[in-house]
Design a protein around this ligand. Structure first.
Ligand code: ADP
Length: 462
C-alpha cells in the first residue's frame, strides 16, 4: 500500500471516528430531550387530572376534565380491580400499558399500539389519607413526532457523515499527492542518476528549503556530493598509482631488454633495476600505510615518547641528508613527552625534514625546534626554500599531490605521499599539522601533539 493511500485512509478513518462520536452525542441528546419533553407533558397532565379525583374513582368521566386534546393525549382510568372506569377515546378498550397496572409507583414506558409508538405514564391513584389504592390513571402520547425527528436526524447524520468522510478522503488524497509530489521527484531524479551513472547531477530544490522535503533534498544532494568526491578521489588515486608505477616498470623493462639483447647483466642495468624495484616497494608500502591510516586501521604503538630525543635523532639524520649543502640548525628545544608510536612519529619528522632539505637550495637553512605550549608539544621545521604558492597550500596534504610535478619528480623522486602520511599519523595521535609558507622566503611546518599527562619538564634554550 502506498504512503498516499495510507495517509488518506488514516485521514478518513480519523474523520469517521470523530464524526461517529459527534453524531452519537447529537443523536442521543436529541432523542433524550424530546422524550423528556413528552414525559414532562404527561406528568403535568397527570398531576392536573389527579387533583380532580375525590375519594374514589367511580363515576369519573373525562368529558368533565379539562384535557388539552391538542396534545393528543389518550387517557384511561382503571379501578383497583382492573376494570375500566373511564377513557377519552371510545376505541381504547384495552389498557394502554397492561404490565404497569400493578404496584404503587408511577412508571413511564414506551409501548407500541397498532404499530404506533406511545409513551405511557401510569400513575397509581391514592386518594385516602390511609394510602388506599383506588385505581390507576394511564396517559399516553404518541411518539410519532419524536420517531420521525429521530429517523430524520439519523438519516442526516449517516448520509452527512458518509459524505463528510468521502470528502475528507478526497481532500486527504489530493493533499497527500501535493505533499508527496516532491518526494516522487526526488525518487525520479535519484533513479535517473543511478541509470545514467552521473553523480554530478543534483536534485533541484523547488519548495521551501527548510521543510521536511527541502531538508531531505539537501541531505540527498550532500550525499551525492560526497559520493562524487569519493569516486573522484578513487579514480584519481587509481590514475596516480598507475602513473607512479609506470615509470619504474618502464625503466625495469628497458634494462631487462638490454640485458636480454646483450646476453650479459651489466652492473649499471642491475643497479637501475634494483633501485626502481626499491622505489616501487616504497611506493606500495606508503600506499598501504595510507590506506590503513585513512581507514583508522593502522596499528599504532602507545608508549611514552621522549619527543625531544626523537627530534635530536631526526636532526642528526637531516644533517646527513643535507650533506652540507644546507645548514641544518637546532632552535628552541623544550623537553616534551608525548604518547604514541615512536617509529611513526619519527617517520613524520623525517618526511618533513627531508622535504625541507630536498626543496631548499644549497646554502639555505633548515631549522628544527620544539616548544611546549599549553598542553601541547609543537615541533617546527622551517626552511628558507622557495615556499609553496598560496593556492597550492590547501592541497599539499592530499595524496599524490605535488606542487610542481615535473620539478619534483626529477629532484627527489617523491610520489607526493609523504605529507599525506605525516598528516594521517599526526591525526591518529590526536594532533595536527600546520603549514605557513611564503613564496621565495620559505616554509614552516608545525606538528602539534598533545603532551603526555605528566607534562613537560624544563625549558632548555638553544
Ligand atoms: P613528495 O614526495 O613530492 O615530497 P610530499 O607529500 O612530501 O610529496 O609533498 C607534497 C608537495 O608539497 C611536494 O611535492 C612539494 O611540492 C611541496 N612541499 C613539501 N614540503 C615543502 C617544502 N619544505 N618547501 C616547498 N615545497 C614543499
Amino acid at each position: 500500500m502506498t504512503l498516499r493511500t495510507r495517509l488518506t485512509l488514516w485521514y478518513a478513518a480519523i474523520m469517521a471516528v470523530g464524526l461517529f462520536f459527534y453524531g452519537a452525542a447529537v443523536y442521543s441528546i436529541l432523542v433524550y430531550s424530546m422524550t423528556q419533553q413528552v414525559d414532562e407533558m404527561l406528568s403535568r397532565t397527570a398531576d392536573d387530572i389527579r387533583q380532580t379525583f375525590r375519594r374514589d374513582v367511580r363515576g369519573v368521566s373525562f368529558s368533565a376534565l379539562a384535557l388539552d386534546m391538542t396534545a393528543r393525549i389518550y387517557a384511561q382510568v382503571w379501578d383497583a380491580e382492573g376494570k375500566m372506569v373511564a377513557r377519552n377515546v371510545p376505541m381504547l378498550d384495552d389498557p394502554l400499558d397492561p404490565d404497569a397496572l400493578r404496584g404503587t409507583q408511577a412508571s413511564l414506558d414506551t409501548v407500541r399500539l397498532q404499530g404506533t409508538p406511545l409513551r405511557v405514564l401510569t400513575s397509581p391513584l391514592i386518594t385516602t389519607p390511609e394510602g388506599e389504592l383506588v385505581g390507576y390513571l394511564q396517559l399516553a402520547s404518541s411518539l410519532q413526532t419524536v420517531e420521525t425527528a429521530r429517523r430524520l436526524v439519523l438519516t442526516v447524520l449517516v448520509v452527512g457523515g458518509m459524505l463528510a468522510v468521502g470528502f475528507a478522503a478526497l481532500i486527504g488524497w489530493t493533499t497527500a499527492a501535493t505533499a508527496l509530489r516532491p518526494l516522487d521527484q526526488v525518487t525520479q531524479t535519484a533513479l535517473q542518476i543511478t541509470r545514467a551513472d552521473d553523480l554530478s547531477r543534483r536534485i533541484p530544490l523547488r519548495g521551501p528549503p527548510r521543510d521536511e522535503v527541502g531538508r531531505l533534498i539537501a541531505a540527498f544532494n550532500e550525499t551525492l556530493e560526497r559520493l562524487e568526491r569519493v569516486f573522484e578521489t578513487q579514480r584519481r588515486f587509481m590514475a596516480d598509482v598507475s602513473h607512479e608505477l609506470r615509470t619504474p616498470l618502464t625503466v625495469i623493462r628497458g634494462n631487462m631488454d638490454l640485458i636480454r639483447r646483450t646476453g650479459e647483466a651489466d652492473a649499471e642495468s642491475l643497479e637501475a633495476v634494483v633501485s626502481e624495484v626499491d622505489r616501487m616497494t616504497r611506493l606500495v608500502q606508503d600506499i598501504l600505510l595510507l590506506a590503513q591510516a585513512e581507514s583508522g586501521k593502522l596499528p599504532l604503538g602507545r608508549e611514552l615518547v621522549e619527543f625531544d630525543t626523537l627530534m635530536l635523532e631526526v636532526f642528526q639524520q637531516a644533517k646527513l641528508l643535507s650533506q652540507g649543502r644546507q645548514e641544518v640548525r637546532l632552535g628552541q628545544e623544550d623537553q616534551a613527552r608525548v604518547m604514541g608510536d615512536r617509529d611513526r612519529l619519527k617517520q613524520v619528522l623525517l618526511n618533513l625534514v627531508s622535504n625541507a632539505v630536498a626543496y631548499t637550495p644549497a646554502g639555505g637553512v633548515v631549522t628544527m625546534s620544539l616548544a611546549c605550549l599549553g598542553g601541547w608539544a609543537r615541533c617546527t621545521i622551517s626552511d628558507t626554500g622557495p615556499g609553496i604558492p598560496k593556492d597550492e597550500l590547501p592541497h599539499i596534504f592530499e595524496r599524490f599531490y605535488r606542487v610542481d610535478r615535473a620539478r619534483r619528480r626529477s629532484a627527489a623522486g617523491g610520489a607526493g605521499l609523504g605529507l599525506s602520511i605525516a598528516y594521517w599519523i599526526v591525526r591518529m595521535h590526536e594532533g595536527r599539522i600546520e603549514v605557513v609558507s611564503e613564496e621565495g622566503r620559505g616554509t614552516t611546518f608545525s606538528v602539534w601533539l598533545p603532551l603526555a599527562v605528566d607534562g613537560p619538564a624544563e625549558t632548555k634554550s638553544a
